[in-house]
Design a protein around this ligand. Structure first.
Ligand code: NAD
Ligand code: IPM
Ligand code: MN
Length: 358
Protein backbone atom coordinates (compact mmCIF):
# COMPACT_ATOMS: atom_id res chain seq x y z
CA UNK A 1 0.00 0.00 0.00
CA UNK A 2 1.28 3.46 -0.79
CA UNK A 3 0.91 6.22 1.77
CA UNK A 4 -1.25 9.03 0.35
CA UNK A 5 0.57 12.29 -0.43
CA UNK A 6 3.95 10.67 -0.02
CA UNK A 7 6.21 9.96 -2.94
CA UNK A 8 6.97 6.28 -3.05
CA UNK A 9 10.51 5.19 -3.86
CA UNK A 10 11.29 1.56 -4.71
CA UNK A 11 14.77 0.49 -3.66
CA UNK A 12 16.70 -2.35 -5.29
CA UNK A 13 20.16 -3.00 -3.87
CA UNK A 14 20.99 -5.63 -6.45
CA UNK A 15 24.33 -7.43 -6.58
CA UNK A 16 27.95 -7.13 -5.48
CA UNK A 17 28.58 -3.69 -3.97
CA UNK A 18 25.03 -2.67 -4.97
CA UNK A 19 23.45 -3.50 -1.58
CA UNK A 20 26.32 -1.85 0.31
CA UNK A 21 26.13 1.51 -1.46
CA UNK A 22 22.33 1.37 -1.64
CA UNK A 23 22.16 0.85 2.12
CA UNK A 24 23.92 4.21 2.46
CA UNK A 25 21.64 5.83 -0.10
CA UNK A 26 18.66 4.49 1.84
CA UNK A 27 20.03 5.83 5.13
CA UNK A 28 20.26 9.24 3.48
CA UNK A 29 16.67 8.97 2.27
CA UNK A 30 15.57 7.86 5.74
CA UNK A 31 17.35 10.86 7.19
CA UNK A 32 15.39 13.09 4.81
CA UNK A 33 12.16 11.30 5.75
CA UNK A 34 12.89 11.85 9.44
CA UNK A 35 13.20 15.57 8.70
CA UNK A 36 9.77 15.63 7.13
CA UNK A 37 10.37 15.01 3.45
CA UNK A 38 7.22 13.31 2.15
CA UNK A 39 8.73 10.07 0.92
CA UNK A 40 7.85 6.46 1.49
CA UNK A 41 10.52 3.79 0.92
CA UNK A 42 9.76 0.33 -0.46
CA UNK A 43 12.67 -2.10 -0.40
CA UNK A 44 12.58 -4.87 -2.99
CA UNK A 45 14.41 -8.17 -2.85
CA UNK A 46 15.54 -8.45 -6.46
CA UNK A 47 18.89 -9.48 -7.88
CA UNK A 48 21.17 -12.46 -8.30
CA UNK A 49 20.47 -14.09 -4.93
CA UNK A 50 16.75 -14.14 -5.52
CA UNK A 51 17.16 -15.31 -9.12
CA UNK A 52 19.34 -18.20 -7.98
CA UNK A 53 16.93 -18.98 -5.15
CA UNK A 54 13.61 -19.07 -7.00
CA UNK A 55 14.27 -18.16 -10.63
CA UNK A 56 12.49 -14.79 -10.51
CA UNK A 57 14.18 -11.68 -11.84
CA UNK A 58 11.54 -8.95 -12.32
CA UNK A 59 8.08 -10.24 -11.33
CA UNK A 60 5.29 -8.71 -13.36
CA UNK A 61 3.27 -7.61 -10.34
CA UNK A 62 6.27 -5.70 -8.99
CA UNK A 63 6.82 -3.99 -12.32
CA UNK A 64 3.14 -2.98 -12.43
CA UNK A 65 3.25 -1.70 -8.85
CA UNK A 66 6.33 0.38 -9.68
CA UNK A 67 4.61 1.78 -12.75
CA UNK A 68 1.39 2.60 -10.92
CA UNK A 69 2.54 3.66 -7.47
CA UNK A 70 6.15 4.82 -7.51
CA UNK A 71 7.69 8.19 -8.24
CA UNK A 72 11.19 6.75 -8.47
CA UNK A 73 13.27 3.60 -8.33
CA UNK A 74 16.71 3.62 -6.74
CA UNK A 75 18.97 0.85 -8.00
CA UNK A 76 22.42 -0.17 -6.74
CA UNK A 77 24.00 -2.37 -9.38
CA UNK A 78 23.42 -5.69 -11.08
CA UNK A 79 25.83 -8.36 -12.26
CA UNK A 80 27.02 -11.49 -10.51
CA UNK A 81 29.74 -13.92 -11.60
CA UNK A 82 27.40 -16.82 -10.74
CA UNK A 83 25.11 -15.70 -13.58
CA UNK A 84 27.45 -15.12 -16.53
CA UNK A 85 24.53 -14.75 -18.94
CA UNK A 86 23.43 -11.59 -17.02
CA UNK A 87 19.86 -12.80 -17.60
CA UNK A 88 18.50 -11.48 -14.29
CA UNK A 89 20.36 -8.20 -14.69
CA UNK A 90 18.94 -7.57 -18.14
CA UNK A 91 15.42 -8.48 -16.98
CA UNK A 92 15.63 -5.96 -14.14
CA UNK A 93 17.69 -3.16 -15.67
CA UNK A 94 16.33 -3.26 -19.19
CA UNK A 95 12.94 -4.28 -17.82
CA UNK A 96 12.81 -0.90 -16.09
CA UNK A 97 14.62 1.23 -18.69
CA UNK A 98 12.67 -0.16 -21.65
CA UNK A 99 9.49 -1.15 -19.83
CA UNK A 100 9.00 2.32 -18.36
CA UNK A 101 10.17 3.94 -21.62
CA UNK A 102 12.88 5.89 -19.80
CA UNK A 103 14.42 7.17 -22.97
CA UNK A 104 16.84 9.68 -21.49
CA UNK A 105 19.76 8.40 -19.47
CA UNK A 106 21.15 11.60 -18.01
CA UNK A 107 24.72 11.25 -16.77
CA UNK A 108 26.41 14.35 -15.35
CA UNK A 109 30.18 14.41 -15.74
CA UNK A 110 31.04 16.86 -13.00
CA UNK A 111 34.20 16.73 -10.94
CA UNK A 112 33.90 17.72 -7.30
CA UNK A 113 37.62 18.03 -6.50
CA UNK A 114 40.62 19.27 -8.45
CA UNK A 115 42.78 16.41 -7.27
CA UNK A 116 40.38 13.86 -8.77
CA UNK A 117 40.83 15.14 -12.32
CA UNK A 118 43.59 13.00 -13.84
CA UNK A 119 44.19 15.23 -16.84
CA UNK A 120 47.40 17.23 -16.77
CA UNK A 121 46.82 20.88 -15.88
CA UNK A 122 43.06 20.43 -15.48
CA UNK A 123 40.81 20.80 -12.47
CA UNK A 124 37.15 20.64 -11.52
CA UNK A 125 36.35 23.88 -13.35
CA UNK A 126 37.17 22.02 -16.60
CA UNK A 127 34.90 19.04 -15.95
CA UNK A 128 31.24 19.99 -15.95
CA UNK A 129 29.03 18.60 -18.65
CA UNK A 130 26.04 16.30 -19.03
CA UNK A 131 25.67 13.31 -21.31
CA UNK A 132 22.23 12.51 -22.72
CA UNK A 133 22.42 8.85 -23.56
CA UNK A 134 19.59 7.39 -25.63
CA UNK A 135 18.26 4.61 -23.43
CA UNK A 136 15.68 2.51 -25.29
CA UNK A 137 17.20 1.70 -28.69
CA UNK A 138 20.47 0.94 -30.45
CA UNK A 139 22.22 -2.38 -30.06
CA UNK A 140 20.60 -2.77 -26.65
CA UNK A 141 17.22 -3.83 -28.07
CA UNK A 142 18.58 -7.33 -28.61
CA UNK A 143 17.55 -7.73 -32.25
CA UNK A 144 19.86 -10.27 -33.84
CA UNK A 145 20.90 -13.81 -33.35
CA UNK A 146 23.51 -16.47 -33.69
CA UNK A 147 23.73 -18.93 -36.55
CA UNK A 148 25.81 -22.11 -36.54
CA UNK A 149 26.77 -21.39 -32.95
CA UNK A 150 29.97 -23.03 -31.81
CA UNK A 151 31.14 -23.91 -35.32
CA UNK A 152 33.92 -22.26 -37.35
CA UNK A 153 31.17 -20.86 -39.61
CA UNK A 154 29.41 -19.12 -36.76
CA UNK A 155 27.67 -15.79 -37.38
CA UNK A 156 26.68 -13.46 -34.53
CA UNK A 157 24.55 -10.37 -35.16
CA UNK A 158 23.29 -7.52 -32.99
CA UNK A 159 21.35 -4.99 -35.00
CA UNK A 160 21.64 -1.27 -34.25
CA UNK A 161 18.02 -0.13 -34.09
CA UNK A 162 17.41 3.62 -34.50
CA UNK A 163 13.94 5.03 -34.99
CA UNK A 164 13.04 8.51 -36.09
CA UNK A 165 10.91 8.96 -32.97
CA UNK A 166 13.61 7.61 -30.68
CA UNK A 167 16.41 9.75 -32.08
CA UNK A 168 14.30 12.88 -32.24
CA UNK A 169 13.09 12.70 -28.65
CA UNK A 170 16.55 12.27 -27.13
CA UNK A 171 18.05 15.00 -29.29
CA UNK A 172 15.19 17.31 -28.32
CA UNK A 173 15.61 16.38 -24.65
CA UNK A 174 19.26 17.43 -24.85
CA UNK A 175 18.42 20.79 -26.42
CA UNK A 176 15.60 21.39 -23.95
CA UNK A 177 17.96 20.67 -21.08
CA UNK A 178 20.53 23.06 -22.56
CA UNK A 179 17.89 25.76 -22.97
CA UNK A 180 16.48 25.43 -19.46
CA UNK A 181 19.93 25.20 -17.83
CA UNK A 182 21.51 28.14 -19.63
CA UNK A 183 23.94 26.01 -21.65
CA UNK A 184 25.29 27.47 -24.86
CA UNK A 185 26.52 24.31 -26.58
CA UNK A 186 25.17 20.90 -27.55
CA UNK A 187 27.39 18.28 -29.19
CA UNK A 188 25.94 15.22 -30.93
CA UNK A 189 28.26 12.26 -31.39
CA UNK A 190 27.67 9.47 -33.90
CA UNK A 191 29.57 7.31 -36.36
CA UNK A 192 27.71 8.38 -39.49
CA UNK A 193 30.86 8.15 -41.59
CA UNK A 194 30.85 4.37 -41.17
CA UNK A 195 27.24 3.58 -40.19
CA UNK A 196 25.68 5.40 -43.08
CA UNK A 197 22.12 4.15 -42.57
CA UNK A 198 21.56 4.25 -38.84
CA UNK A 199 23.68 7.23 -37.99
CA UNK A 200 22.84 9.31 -41.01
CA UNK A 201 19.43 9.44 -39.37
CA UNK A 202 21.05 10.97 -36.26
CA UNK A 203 22.85 13.53 -38.39
CA UNK A 204 19.67 14.54 -40.22
CA UNK A 205 17.52 14.71 -37.09
CA UNK A 206 20.16 16.71 -35.24
CA UNK A 207 20.30 19.15 -38.11
CA UNK A 208 16.53 19.58 -38.03
CA UNK A 209 16.09 19.89 -34.28
CA UNK A 210 18.97 22.34 -33.88
CA UNK A 211 17.03 24.85 -36.02
CA UNK A 212 14.44 25.08 -33.24
CA UNK A 213 17.18 26.27 -30.88
CA UNK A 214 19.04 28.99 -32.80
CA UNK A 215 20.49 30.42 -29.59
CA UNK A 216 22.38 27.18 -28.90
CA UNK A 217 25.57 26.32 -30.73
CA UNK A 218 25.06 22.81 -32.13
CA UNK A 219 28.07 20.78 -33.19
CA UNK A 220 28.26 17.35 -34.75
CA UNK A 221 31.31 15.26 -33.93
CA UNK A 222 32.26 11.69 -34.69
CA UNK A 223 32.40 9.52 -31.59
CA UNK A 224 36.07 8.59 -32.00
CA UNK A 225 37.08 12.24 -32.25
CA UNK A 226 34.81 13.06 -29.30
CA UNK A 227 36.87 10.72 -27.09
CA UNK A 228 40.01 12.57 -28.19
CA UNK A 229 38.49 15.99 -27.51
CA UNK A 230 37.12 14.89 -24.13
CA UNK A 231 40.62 14.02 -22.96
CA UNK A 232 42.29 17.02 -24.62
CA UNK A 233 39.89 19.62 -23.27
CA UNK A 234 36.72 18.55 -21.46
CA UNK A 235 35.86 22.18 -20.68
CA UNK A 236 34.54 22.69 -24.23
CA UNK A 237 31.52 20.46 -23.53
CA UNK A 238 28.25 21.38 -21.86
CA UNK A 239 25.72 18.87 -23.21
CA UNK A 240 26.57 15.79 -25.28
CA UNK A 241 23.84 13.68 -26.87
CA UNK A 242 24.54 10.27 -28.31
CA UNK A 243 23.20 6.77 -28.77
CA UNK A 244 22.85 4.04 -26.19
CA UNK A 245 26.17 2.24 -26.69
CA UNK A 246 28.35 5.30 -27.22
CA UNK A 247 26.71 6.95 -24.22
CA UNK A 248 27.56 3.95 -22.08
CA UNK A 249 31.20 4.06 -23.13
CA UNK A 250 31.82 7.80 -22.91
CA UNK A 251 30.28 8.03 -19.45
CA UNK A 252 32.83 5.57 -18.08
CA UNK A 253 35.48 7.74 -19.74
CA UNK A 254 33.81 10.76 -18.16
CA UNK A 255 33.77 8.98 -14.78
CA UNK A 256 37.56 8.82 -14.99
CA UNK A 257 37.58 12.66 -15.00
CA UNK A 258 35.41 12.62 -11.86
CA UNK A 259 37.66 10.36 -9.81
CA UNK A 260 36.37 7.01 -11.03
CA UNK A 261 33.12 5.13 -11.12
CA UNK A 262 32.58 5.62 -7.42
CA UNK A 263 31.76 9.26 -8.19
CA UNK A 264 29.38 9.09 -11.17
CA UNK A 265 25.59 9.34 -10.76
CA UNK A 266 22.79 8.91 -13.28
CA UNK A 267 19.08 9.29 -13.91
CA UNK A 268 16.90 7.37 -16.36
CA UNK A 269 13.83 9.44 -17.13
CA UNK A 270 11.02 10.09 -19.59
CA UNK A 271 11.40 13.87 -19.73
CA UNK A 272 8.47 14.50 -22.05
CA UNK A 273 6.12 13.71 -19.15
CA UNK A 274 7.24 15.52 -15.98
CA UNK A 275 6.55 13.59 -12.80
CA UNK A 276 6.66 10.21 -14.45
CA UNK A 277 8.51 7.48 -12.53
CA UNK A 278 12.27 7.53 -13.08
CA UNK A 279 15.10 5.08 -12.37
CA UNK A 280 18.16 6.38 -10.51
CA UNK A 281 21.44 4.48 -10.31
CA UNK A 282 25.14 5.06 -9.96
CA UNK A 283 26.97 4.61 -13.27
CA UNK A 284 29.13 1.89 -11.77
CA UNK A 285 28.48 -1.82 -11.76
CA UNK A 286 28.55 -4.45 -9.03
CA UNK A 287 32.39 -4.45 -8.74
CA UNK A 288 32.56 -8.08 -7.53
CA UNK A 289 36.15 -7.83 -6.18
CA UNK A 290 35.07 -5.05 -3.78
CA UNK A 291 31.84 -6.68 -2.63
CA UNK A 292 31.31 -7.45 1.05
CA UNK A 293 34.39 -5.54 2.19
CA UNK A 294 32.86 -2.20 3.16
CA UNK A 295 35.34 -0.42 0.86
CA UNK A 296 33.17 0.65 -2.11
CA UNK A 297 32.79 4.37 -2.59
CA UNK A 298 29.20 5.32 -1.64
CA UNK A 299 29.38 8.83 -3.10
CA UNK A 300 28.01 7.91 -6.55
CA UNK A 301 24.99 6.39 -4.80
CA UNK A 302 24.57 9.48 -2.57
CA UNK A 303 24.86 11.83 -5.55
CA UNK A 304 22.27 9.63 -7.27
CA UNK A 305 19.93 10.29 -4.34
CA UNK A 306 20.45 13.97 -5.13
CA UNK A 307 19.31 13.45 -8.72
CA UNK A 308 16.35 11.44 -7.46
CA UNK A 309 15.27 14.16 -5.03
CA UNK A 310 15.59 16.79 -7.76
CA UNK A 311 13.32 14.64 -9.91
CA UNK A 312 10.76 14.48 -7.10
CA UNK A 313 10.72 18.27 -6.84
CA UNK A 314 13.49 19.05 -4.34
CA UNK A 315 16.31 20.34 -6.57
CA UNK A 316 17.99 22.26 -3.74
CA UNK A 317 18.72 18.94 -2.02
CA UNK A 318 20.72 17.76 -5.02
CA UNK A 319 22.95 20.82 -4.64
CA UNK A 320 23.26 20.31 -0.88
CA UNK A 321 24.26 16.66 -1.25
CA UNK A 322 26.78 17.58 -3.91
CA UNK A 323 28.26 20.27 -1.66
CA UNK A 324 28.45 17.87 1.28
CA UNK A 325 30.24 15.27 -0.88
CA UNK A 326 32.63 17.94 -2.19
CA UNK A 327 33.38 19.01 1.40
CA UNK A 328 33.98 15.40 2.45
CA UNK A 329 36.44 14.99 -0.43
CA UNK A 330 38.18 18.20 0.50
CA UNK A 331 38.59 16.96 4.06
CA UNK A 332 39.82 13.55 2.87
CA UNK A 333 36.80 11.93 4.53
CA UNK A 334 36.29 9.40 1.78
CA UNK A 335 37.12 5.92 0.60
CA UNK A 336 40.46 4.73 -0.74
CA UNK A 337 39.61 5.00 -4.45
CA UNK A 338 39.29 8.78 -4.04
CA UNK A 339 42.27 9.24 -1.76
CA UNK A 340 40.85 8.61 1.70
CA UNK A 341 40.96 5.76 4.18
CA UNK A 342 37.34 5.54 5.34
CA UNK A 343 35.02 2.60 4.89
CA UNK A 344 31.85 2.78 2.82
CA UNK A 345 29.77 3.31 5.94
CA UNK A 346 32.10 5.89 7.50
CA UNK A 347 32.37 8.00 4.34
CA UNK A 348 28.61 7.97 3.95
CA UNK A 349 28.00 8.81 7.63
CA UNK A 350 30.38 11.72 7.23
CA UNK A 351 28.26 13.15 4.39
CA UNK A 352 25.12 12.82 6.51
CA UNK A 353 26.84 14.63 9.39
CA UNK A 354 27.81 17.46 7.07
CA UNK A 355 24.25 17.72 5.81
CA UNK A 356 23.02 17.77 9.37
CA UNK A 357 25.26 20.72 10.11
CA UNK A 358 24.55 22.64 6.92
P1 NAD B 1 32.28 -1.93 -12.41
O1 NAD B 1 31.68 -0.58 -12.56
O2 NAD B 1 31.64 -2.83 -11.43
O3 NAD B 1 33.82 -1.75 -12.00
C1 NAD B 1 34.76 -1.08 -12.84
C2 NAD B 1 35.90 -0.52 -11.99
O4 NAD B 1 35.44 0.54 -11.16
C3 NAD B 1 36.51 -1.56 -11.04
O5 NAD B 1 37.88 -1.29 -10.92
C4 NAD B 1 35.81 -1.27 -9.73
O6 NAD B 1 36.56 -1.65 -8.61
C5 NAD B 1 35.64 0.24 -9.79
N1 NAD B 1 34.45 0.69 -9.06
C6 NAD B 1 33.17 0.58 -9.48
N2 NAD B 1 32.34 1.07 -8.55
C7 NAD B 1 33.10 1.49 -7.54
C8 NAD B 1 32.82 2.10 -6.28
N3 NAD B 1 31.57 2.39 -5.89
N4 NAD B 1 33.86 2.37 -5.47
C9 NAD B 1 35.11 2.13 -5.83
N5 NAD B 1 35.45 1.57 -7.01
C10 NAD B 1 34.45 1.26 -7.85
O7 NAD B 1 32.34 -2.57 -13.86
P2 NAD B 1 32.76 -4.05 -14.34
O8 NAD B 1 33.83 -4.59 -13.46
O9 NAD B 1 32.99 -3.93 -15.78
O10 NAD B 1 31.43 -4.90 -14.14
C11 NAD B 1 31.11 -5.66 -12.99
C12 NAD B 1 29.68 -6.17 -13.13
O11 NAD B 1 28.77 -5.07 -13.04
C13 NAD B 1 29.39 -6.83 -14.46
O12 NAD B 1 28.50 -7.89 -14.23
C14 NAD B 1 28.73 -5.74 -15.27
O13 NAD B 1 27.91 -6.24 -16.30
C15 NAD B 1 27.91 -5.06 -14.20
N6 NAD B 1 27.54 -3.66 -14.44
C16 NAD B 1 26.31 -3.28 -13.99
C17 NAD B 1 25.89 -1.96 -14.08
C18 NAD B 1 24.57 -1.57 -13.56
O14 NAD B 1 23.94 -2.29 -12.81
N7 NAD B 1 24.04 -0.41 -13.90
C19 NAD B 1 26.79 -1.01 -14.62
C20 NAD B 1 28.04 -1.42 -15.06
C21 NAD B 1 28.41 -2.75 -14.96
C1 IPM C 1 25.48 0.87 -17.37
C2 IPM C 1 25.88 -0.56 -17.57
C3 IPM C 1 24.82 -1.34 -18.36
C4 IPM C 1 24.67 -0.68 -19.71
C5 IPM C 1 25.13 -2.84 -18.48
C6 IPM C 1 25.19 -3.50 -17.12
C7 IPM C 1 24.18 -3.56 -19.37
O1 IPM C 1 27.13 -0.64 -18.18
O2 IPM C 1 24.40 1.12 -16.83
O3 IPM C 1 26.27 1.76 -17.72
O4 IPM C 1 25.43 -0.95 -20.64
O5 IPM C 1 23.76 0.15 -19.85
MN1 MN D 1 28.15 1.25 -18.31
Amino acid sequence: MSVPDKKKIAIIGGDGIGPEVTREAKLLLEWYASRGLAIDLWELDLGADRFLRDGTSMPKEIFIAIQRECSAVLLGALGDPRIPSMEHARDILFGLRFGLDLYANIRPVRSLADRLVPLKGRGKKDVDFVVFRENTEGVYVGVGGQVRRGTPEEIAINEDVNTRKGVERIVRAAFEYAKTHGCKRVHMADKSNAMRHAHELWLRVFDEVRREYPEIQATHVYIDALCLYMVQDPSQFEVIVTNNLFGDIITDLGAAFQGGLGMAASANVHPAVPGRVGLFEPVHGSAPPLAGKNVANPFAALLTVGMLLAHLGWPEEERRIEDAVADALEAGKCTKDVGGSLSTQEASAHVRERLQGS
